[in-house]
Design a protein around this ligand. Structure first.
Ligand code: OFO
Length: 169
């Protein structure tokens, strides 16, 4: 692969690592603030982001490049509410989608169709992640400050975490 593509993929490795650390920070916040279901969901998601990172690492190395690790900034560790957490996750996923799309554009510009093909999986994954986070955020918005409603959402997130665990690659 050419050095431009290699550098861009390595930037994405850093972003996936940051995503994993951001969701870990959110999981810790949820766990100590009385949202055990949300914490489970976020711990699972941390692993999923790590899996994304590893997919890029292996791909770069398999193509004859060298996966490189970079300094990763400390993620935020204070959040106003569960709504704040999921709003930030949704915004972050939209940002990651943009980043994957840019990578896809670069791969096509550079006529690196193998990389473009590899990125297809991430394009589909981003669509699913955005939809999932949007759905959760909509539910949180719907219940507002109703404590019973939030309790139910937390339970639902717990169930979702369990199902994600069994379907993870
Ligand atoms: Fe959440 O998809 Fe990777 O970053």
């Amino acid at each position: 692969m050419n050095s431009k593509i290699e550098a861009a993929l390595n930037e994405q490795i850093k972003k996936e690592e940051f995503s994993s650390r951001l969701y870990l920070s959110m999981a810790i916040w949820a766990e100590i603030n009385g949202f055990p279901g949300a914490a489970n969901f976020l711990y699972k998601h941390t692993e999923e982001e790590r899996m994304h990172q590893m997919k890029f690492v292996h791909y770069v190395n398999e193509r004859g490049g060298r996966a490189a690790l970079m300094d990763v900034e400390k993620p935020q560790d204070k959040f106003d509410s569960l709504k704040d957490v999921f709003k930030q996750i949704f915004d972050h996923e939209v940002y990651i989608t943009g980043s994957i799309n840019e990578l896809f554009g670069l791969a096509n510009d550079e006529k690196d169709y193998t990389t473009a093909n590899f990125l297809q999986w991430f394009i589909t994954e981003q669509l699913e992640e955005e939809n999932l986070m949007r759905t959760i955020l909509d539910k949180i918005n719907l219940v507002g400050s109703d404590k019973a409603g939030m309790f139910h959402i937390d339970k639902e997130l717990d169930i979702l975490a369990a199902s994600q665990g069994s379907s993870q690659q």
